[in-house]
Design a protein around this ligand. Structure first.
Ligand code: SF4
Length: 456
């Protein structure tokens, strides 16, 4: 892979504006409370899909990482999870009844920290899910693991229950960086855990890394990347630290002067992409890396990559049911979200057996634009003919008022807009969100607000 082609510092600087990550279109900012349980049920009835992806949110964390923007509850009391699991079970039991004709193809546990749960709690939750839903024989089961506060034998426990993918939060191995972000963890243990997980049978292990953290330098991040290579994992997610202290109170603990400058952040990003590609990983979408034989790499090569609330995926034809506090569902042509606060979640489940708070039923225009944005985000290419045939429109007429927004990118050689296709140039890959914003009809109302993180 020609890595140099991704970087044009002048253009990256020019377009480094705030923008959505487009895990959905419209984004969650458009969800509203008029969306009701009846709308959710109707969506299931109308959905052409019969395959299901389940997302389970476990909100608890042992301690607070200062950079974090997730929905979580920090506590030392594991017993709190027992209460949560009781309510979650009620939600699972009532929701499963609505999905009787479905087969579960994918299960993902995220958080917070799913590995906050004890072995016994994990077993109980897996068994309940398998009792209540019909699982396919071959199912992708993945879980996010915080390498602090776990033992090596968590790996065989998870594997024995059917989990086949692990995602481990590494972020950065440098002690000074770890102390600043309040996430001190042992690299030696992470290495042992990964080796152990492989030895018990895990075939797919992902680690998360973050650039743009306090005190990160080229030297320190080089060590992190080299260690990632030694860990020999299958996938690496590389995230840009989004510093929005006005939205996330804990980020106020990270002093501005500790953070890399924008030029240093570019250099860190460039270093990471260059090194990971040199180590043999394929660059997936805008922030993932996978070994060439990984199914994400194969899907990207075949133009079959998809995107949902968990990021890039190969499972494009599944409905997604989110269970637990703050979780998001994507059923047929609707998105919906559960309440975000734990007490409200308990109250809602107690009263109704469900905790839906808001959502959105997509209009035909949302569906068309969502498809265009997804194609660009995943494949950096849009076949206008495919869109024309699928929606019975003339692309250039339909987007007459939107296409002029691409002209600045076209002038800078970042986009080619032909009669039958739109192509994103390799040097615009990191800026693909910006091009997608041209097709986002909700963008104008958010444009002046700091509601999104910067592209880099
Ligand atoms: S980064 Fe993960 S472990 Fe840390 S506070 Fe956020 S959700 Fe919890």
């Amino acid at each position: 892979m020609q890595v140099d082609q991704f970087f044009n510092e002048k253009l990256l600087n020019k377009y480094n504006t705030a923008g959505p990550r487009y895990t959905s279109y419209p984004t969650a900012l458009e969800f509203h409370e008029e969306f009701s349980e009846n709308d959710f049920i109707k969506a299931i009835e109308n959905s052409p899909n019969k395959e299901l992806s389940l997302y389970i949110h476990i909100p608890f964390c042992h301690s607070l990482c200062y950079y974090c923007g997730c929905n979580k509850v920090v506590t030392r009391h594991r017993s709190k999870a027992d209460t949560y699991l009781e309510y979650l079970a009620k939600e699972i039991n009532s929701r499963a009844k609505l999905f009787q004709g479905y087969t579960v193809k994918q299960l993902h546990w995220g958080g917070g920290t799913p590995s906050f749960l004890t072995h016994e709690q994990i077993t109980r939750l897996v068994n309940l899910l398998k009792q209540q839903f019909t699982f396919a024989e071959k199912v992708d089961m993945s879980i996010e693991v915080d390498p602090r506060e776990i033992e090596l034998n968590l790996a065989e426990h998870l594997y024995s229950l059917g989990f086949n993918r692990l995602s481990i939060g590494v972020q950065d191995i440098d002690k000074k960086v770890q102390e600043a972000i309040n996430r001190v963890q042992s690299t030696e243990f992470i290495e042992q855990f990964i080796a152990h997980a492989k030895s018990v049978g895990f075939k797919s292990i992902n680690i998360d890394l973050i650039y743009g953290l306090p005190h990160q330098t080229i030297e320190t991040f080089t060590r992190t990347l080299d260690k990632a290579k030694e860990m020999d994992v299958d996938r690496i997610s590389l995230f840009s630290y989004a510093h929005i202290p006005t939205r996330f109170a804990s980020q106020r603990k990270l002093r501005d002067e500790w953070l890399p400058s924008i030029n240093q952040k570019f250099a860190l990003m460039r270093l990471a992409i260059e090194k990971l590609c040199a180590y043999g990983y394929e660059f997936i979408g805008m922030d993932h890396f996978a070994k060439p034989d990984d199914e994400l790499s194969i899907a990207q090569k075949n133009g079959k990559l998809h995107r949902n609330f968990q990021g890039y995926t190969t499972k494009g034809n599944c409905d997604l049911l989110g269970l637990g506090v703050s979780s998001i569902s994507d059923i047929g042509n609707v998105y919906s979200q559960n309440v975000k606060d734990l007490k409200t979640y308990y109250h809602a489940i107690e009263t109704n057996q469900y905790a839906l708070e808001k959502g959105i039923a997509l209009t035909q225009d949302d569906i068309i634009r969502g498809d265009v944005i997804r194609e660009l985000m995943c494949n950096l290419f849009l076949d206008k003919t495919m869109i024309n045939q699928k929606y019975n429109i003339n692309f250039d007429d339909y987007f007459l008022n939107d296409l002029p927004a691409l002209s600045t990118f076209i002038e800078d050689g970042l986009v080619v807009n032909n009669k039958d296709s739109i192509m994103i140039a390799p040097q615009a890959r990191l800026l693909v969100r910006n091009m997608c914003m041209s097709f986002d009809s909700y963008m104008k109302k958010h444009i002046s607000m700091q509601r999104f993180s910067r592209v880099i």
